[in-house]
Design a protein around this ligand. Structure first.
Ligand SMILES: [Zn+2]
Length: 282
């Protein structure tokens, strides 16, 4: 599709004052060097056995081997902490500035890069949690707390020390703290993962930008279908075709942009900025 076509769609939505939602996944953070969680980089060795991420990232595994699961998450938090937001993350934060409360970010990424790029908590729905937050594993109270940064940057293979275990213990009840992430054997909820808020935002969305995700999980699919059923436009930005690119082409003015988000989103932002400042024509 020539660039002028998607730019015209963007200008149409600007003139309509449409609500805009961005739905992001692992692809945008892969451009910052964070390995895809579901890929081979996600494997973790405990003793002589290599565990698949879908075995490690479970409540069942945490119950059996909390220290191993924590070592894995602290390694992942270290990788995320060393990464930096890329032009795609920054463009999304700039869109939030541009559109104010007409803009919502729904992200599957737990790496905190959107937040570090400037996306604000009240307009960001982290539907799979945030690796830099913890909560009591026994749920003695619901509050989230920051992951103590003394635990980040440690050597990958080292066992937890007594001091590290103490930092990972709930000071109210003495049970383990756990990473604030949605595990594969858990379900979405509103309190922690903004499940209903995400669907409510989708129902009002005129323009949905899907960035770097292929729709492998349930809530992102529901968000995309809700936008489609309400007559909204979907633009899918992903280097490779995926189920969302087909869905996008079924929406009015929808487009599939097979480019890295770090290239395309700044270009899209520029069109939005120009569209908002250009004099309107009758
Ligand atoms: Zn507790």
């Amino acid at each position: 599709m020539p660039p002028s076509d998607w730019a015209a769609i963007i200008r149409h939505h600007l003139s309509q004052k449409s609500r805009i939602t961005a739905l992001t996944g692992a692809g945008i953070s892969a451009e910052s060097g964070i390995p895809t969680f579901r890929g081979s980089e996600g494997y973790w060795t405990v003793g002589s056995r290599a565990y698949h991420p879908q075995e490690m990232a479970t409540r069942a595994m945490f119950h059996r081997r909390p220290e191993d699961v924590w070592q894995w998450y602290l390694h992942r938090a270290t990788v995320c902490h060393r990464a930096t937001p890329n032009p795609g993350h920054k463009a999304i934060a700039a869109m939030e500035n541009l559109f104010g409360d007409r803009f919502t970010l729904i992200t599957q990424n737990v790496d905190g890069l959107h937040q570090r790029a400037g996306s604000q908590a009240h307009q960001t729905y982290p539907i799979h949690g945030n690796i830099f937050q913890v909560r009591c594993a026994a749920a003695c109270r619901p509050e989230l707390e920051p992951l103590p940064m003394d635990l980040v940057g440690r050597a990958k293979e080292r066992s937890l020390t007594a001091a590290e275990r103490a930092l990972l213990t709930c000071r109210h009840c003495g049970e383990w703290l756990r990473p604030h992430v949605l595990w594969f054997d858990e379900t979405y909820n509103e309190t922690y993962f903004r499940f209903h808020s995400s669907l409510a935002a989708a129902a009002q969305t005129g323009l949905l930008l899907i960035v770097g995700t292929s729709g492998a999980t349930n809530l992102p699919n529901q968000v995309a279908w809700t936008v489609l059923q309400n007559g909204g436009t979907i633009i899918d930005i992903n280097p490779t075709p995926n189920p969302f690119s087909e869905l996008a082409l079924r929406t009015p003015g929808g487009a599939f942009i097979p480019q890295p988000s770090g290239h395309f989103l700044p270009e899209l932002l520029l069109v939005m900025q120009q569209g908002l400042t250009a004099p309107s024509h009758p």
